[in-house]
Write a protein that binds this ligand. Structure first.
Ligand SMILES: NC(=O)c1ccc[n+]([C@@H]2O[C@H](COP(=O)([O-])OP(=O)(O)OC[C@H]3O[C@@H](n4cnc5c(N)ncnc54)[C@H](O)[C@@H]3O)[C@@H](O)[C@H]2O)c1
Length: 433
């Protein structure tokens, strides 16, 4: 494509060893490259050095042979990135207290990397962010040092599409979008990722790649918001939203099913749309759909609570002092991530209503629950027996982990508020929430 030779990609440094960085590290190792995994969190690095992956759904990742062979090193010293041919940044991109993008992790990461840059290195930003971030926050600080991007250093943006817990799609078989600052940057980025991804999707700029990642997540947020809003309306018709969506989903074209729930959680869907909207506002435009979807998804926990209150009332129970069992605290089934989980909001609201709240979620230890932990009772295998289940006045299915005994829940619970469409509504003790 041009006269820039692909750089060697024998050693990759990954900065940010979290939900994204750890599986990416494993993918590069499996492809035969060497990896330096870097994180500012010393505890995380110590755990990784002992081959101890504490993020539950990643627990099957085994670095032992790579640690033994010294193919991988884990370090909290950013200086180690000078030994890499490429540096991939996957640090968090949260919102601050004003619900605005907080780019400090990206800014801190690049400012710590810059003193150790070596000519010829490729830098890839994978963190989800608004269009323009790579150019403003990566390229500009690098060029301030006198290095020229596209000549001395190569910069690409290639968003991560990690779907925690997904058994079908992984790094290798999930197509990956990539944009470069220059054509040479793009070529070096393609060369890097071709080691671990079957299908690369080059686009014309970093900004297109940045926007495309946000578009994917906004698409989800808006469609889940639609399903959540329709759930409330279907309920007022005394109709089951899950049956409605399943029927609509038989249309073989022009429809993709999204399902309602107790809200949205994780580090992406509740946060990323706000990244685009915030940036759009600075350009005197905005998305009403994003704002509406975020608000609907945030407030759906009120519907869950109201449903619980009204169904308890029908059996002459008040929410105060009622024994409530929460099934599922993580935001998604079979994983241990509670970031932005709507379950936390539901629990807090129930506690404020003086309900007695217990939870069964083997992925979430009490420690993770922070301020909530002193007021909530952790129970184990509560769904296994008639005796356990019948202790509770209401059972709220907020996240449907595979290990729950669904049959027994249906059979022995006094009242079930099912936010996930686990059950058909053909039993007198089961209601949508
Ligand atoms: N988790 C997902 O499923 C997912 C999916 C797609 C995209 N993303 C995006 O990927 C990015 C990372 O997400 P994550 O879930 O892996 O986050 P995470 O919090 O699990 O991991 C990020 C890691 O970066 C480390 N870190 C922060 N600042 C650092 C610095 N200056 N230097 C070195 N390490 C630093 C943190 O200690 C942490 O271990 C975010 O932008 C997120 O939106 C996440």
């Amino acid at each position: 494509m041009n006269n820039i030779l692909p750089k060697e990609n024998k050693v990759v440094a990954i900065v940010g060893m979290g939900y994204v960085g750890i599986p990416l590290c494993k993918s590069f190792l499996d492809s035969g490259l060497k990896v330096i995994g870097i994180d500012i969190n010393n505890e995380r690095i110590n755990q990784l050095m002992q081959n101890n992956i504490v993020l539950n759904h990643l627990a099957n990742i085994d670095f032992k042979k790579y640690l033994d062979n010294k193919d991988v090193t884990f370090s909290s010293d950013i200086k180690d990135c000078e030994n890499a041919d490429s540096i991939i940044i996957c640090v968090p991109t949260p919102l601050n207290d004003e619900m605005q993008p907080d780019l400090d992790p990206i800014k801190n990461a690049i400012s710590s990397i810059i003193p150790h840059l070596k000519k010829g290195q490729t830098i890839s930003l994978e963190s989800t962010t608004y269009p323009g971030t790579t150019r403003d926050e990566i390229v500009k600080p690098i060029e301030k040092t006198g290095l020229k991007v596209g000549k001395d250093i190569y910069v690409v943006y290639s968003p991560e599409r990690e779907d925690p817990g997904n058994k079908k799609f992984n790094c290798k078989n999930t197509p990956k979008v990539i944009g470069g600052i220059t054509q040479g940057c793009l070529e070096n980025g393609l060369d890097l990722y071709s080691n671990v991804v079957d299908t690369l999707v080059p686009v014309s700029s970093c900004e297109v790649a940045e926007f495309s990642k946000l578009y994917e997540n906004i698409y989800r947020a808006v469609n889940i918001g639609l399903a959540n809003e329709m759930k409330i309306i279907a309920d007022s018709f005394e109709l089951d939203i899950f049956e409605i969506i399943r029927a609509a989903d038989t249309k073989p074209f022009g429809f993709s099913a999204f399902y309602p729930g107790p809200g949205v959680g994780g580090h992406c869907i509740p946060i990323d749309p706000q990244y685009l909207n915030w940036k759009a506002k600075s350009l005197n435009t905005e998305s009403k759909l994003i704002e509406t979807a975020l608000s609907v998804n945030r407030n759906i926990t009120n519907f869950v609570i109201q449903k619980t209150i009204s169904e308890l009332k029908k059996v002459n129970k008040k929410i105060e002092k009622s024994n409530i069992l929460i099934l599922g605290v993580s935001y998604k089934s079979n994983i241990d991530d509670i970031r932005e989980s709507p379950s936390l909001d539901v629990i807090e609201k129930l506690l404020n209503l003086n309900a007695i709240v217990s939870y069964d979620d083997k992925y979430i230890s009490k420690i993770l629950l922070g301020d909530l932990k002193d007021n909530i009772n952790q129970v184990f295998d509560a769904t296994l027996s008639e005796k356990e289940l019948s202790k509770f006045d209401a059972i709220l299915i907020l996240t449907n982990h595979d290990y729950y005994n669904i049959e027994n829940i249906a059979k022995y619970s006094k009242l079930v508020i099912d936010t996930r469409g686990v059950f058909e509504l053909d039993k007198t003790n089961i209601f949508r929430g």
